[in-house]
Write a protein that binds this ligand. Structure first.
Ligand code: PBG
Length: 427
């Protein structure tokens, strides 16, 4: 019986120029029967029909291998793949999940997540129309949320209060009421779940009748009067607010107001009152972003539409065009005693996470904000995106960019998916 046999020499492997396509490995080959000795040169691109002059010893290939190393059919006008480039084939490291997970550089775990929870003083649970599946919780339902999230391994939560309009004022004094909503919520969480870290947002906006993170006031220079967000007066209120939350048992206070000098002032106030163990996670690079819309819907905390009240937060939150300014804020916060540095929003600002990661030794935290949540939810509801996969991908990308921790409204669900899908041990 006729069989097909190819003989190929080692010395014939293309070594110069890398100009040969895959088939050119076969500098000399024979068809025929070894018994009858009928041989015929069929392929030798480099040396032609005469065969390779360096031919000495060779190795035999199976028919299968020989077929695979036949010259590729070339499509006219399309150059052949450069064989020298294919000596490195990155796809080998992607061939199975076992290999992929072996070489994966970044992992996401439930303990990397911080769960933001909206609360109000009412006893019902209120849906938020622009944030499907997110609610403003009563204290009992807040405790349920904390428990559920904690069951899946989320060990950090951050509270956002919706304050009754009757309690709001320009100076936002309700923000340091020791019997206010946030101190009560902290007490309850710490009583039931002492191991859960409770974070609070430090800023005036939920308490401000003007919907600003600071006190709105006039400054006069020469004959010019301007309405601004007063910096130093606001910082004093923020210190009172941080002290109030610390006294109630907050583990981490997170100033989100972007006033100058607030981190240092809060640090000194906390230390002076015996709260040196309370951490500060500073919203270091918080941009004046349109992605906060749904959050402001939830808390009814948008800047008031009143004459004389600045319409936006651009005089204190950062300009989306700036990156080096994030480094400047970072240096200040670090110097003022921040323990963690936050970037906010998340996905449109991955470059800022990376930039800050490379210029500090402090942990970086990112906030996947309400607008980012709303976008994924809306597309998922339309059937346009796979919610679970998109959420887990976006959270992993924060980690790859350099974030240690992620504030996300998906925290509870994402932790559950991680435990279920990836077999991560449940807390
Ligand atoms: C308050 C605050 C805001 C967010 C977190 N803290 C709103 C704002 O600055 O206007 C936004 C969070 C989100 O959109 O999810 N200072």
């Amino acid at each position: 019986m006729w069989c097909l046999l190819f003989l190929v020499t080692e010395s014939c492997k293309p070594s110069v120029g890398g100009k040969y396509n895959k088939g050119s490995r076969l500098h000399k080959a024979w068809y025929g029967s070894p018994l009858l000795g009928r041989r015929q040169v069929v392929v030798c691109k480099r040396h032609g029909k005469g065969g390779c002059p360096e031919l000495s010893s060779g190795y035999r290939m199976t028919v299968e291998q020989a077929k695979n190393s036949q010259p590729k059919k070339q499509t006219p006008g399309i150059p052949p793949i450069d064989d020298s480039l294919l000596s490195s084939r990155p796809r080998r490291n992607r061939k199975t999940e076992a290999i992929r997970s072996l070489v994966r550089e970044t992992i996401l775990l439930p303990q990397h997540l911080v769960y933001p929870i909206f609360i109000h003083a009412d006893s019902y649970v209120k849906p938020i129309s622009s944030m499907p599946d997110c609610h403003v919780h009563s204290i009992p339902s807040l405790l349920e949320q904390v428990e559920l999230a904690h069951q899946w391994g989320v060990q950090n939560v951050i509270l956002f209060p919706k304050i009754d309009a009757s309690l709001k004022s320009n100076t936002a004094d309700e923000c340091y009421n020791p019997n206010g909503l946030v101190p009560r919520a902290i007490h309850e969480i710490k009583r039931k779940f002492p191991q859960v870290m409770v974070w609070t947002d430090i800023a005036l906006d939920p308490y401000s009748s003007m919907g600003h993170d600071g006190i709105v006031g006039d400054i006069v220079q020469g004959n010019q009067k301007q309405t601004v967000i007063l910096n130093d007066e606001t910082v004093e209120q923020l210190c009172r607010q941080a002290l109030c939350h610390a006294a109630a048992g907050a583990d981490v206070v997170a100033p989100s107001d972007m006033m100058d000098g607030r981190v240092g002032a809060i640090r000194r106030s906390l230390d002076a009152h015996g709260y040196s163990y309370v951490s500060i996670c500073s919203y270091t690079a918080k941009y004046a972003s349109s992605f906060y819309g749904p959050f402001r819907d939830a808390l009814e905390s948008a800047p008031a539409d009143m004459p004389g009240v600045p319409k936006d937060k651009k005089t204190y939150q950062m300009d989306p065009g700036n990156a080096w300014e994030a480094c400047r804020e970072m240096e200040l916060d670090e110097h003022e005693g921040a323990d963690m540095l936050m970037v906010k929003p998340g996905l449109p600002y991955l470059d800022i996470i990376r930039l800050m990661r490379e210029h500090t030794t402090l942990p970086i935290v990112v906030y996947q904000v309400s607008g980012e949540y709303a976008m994924i939810k809306a597309a998922a509801q339309q059937g346009w995106l796979d919610e679970k996969q998109c959420v887990l991908e976006s959270l992993l990308c924060f980690r790859r960019a350099g974030a240690n921790a992620i504030l996300t409204y998906f925290a509870k669900d994402a932790a559950k998916w991680l435990v279920e899908e990836q077999g991560i041990a449940r807390k």
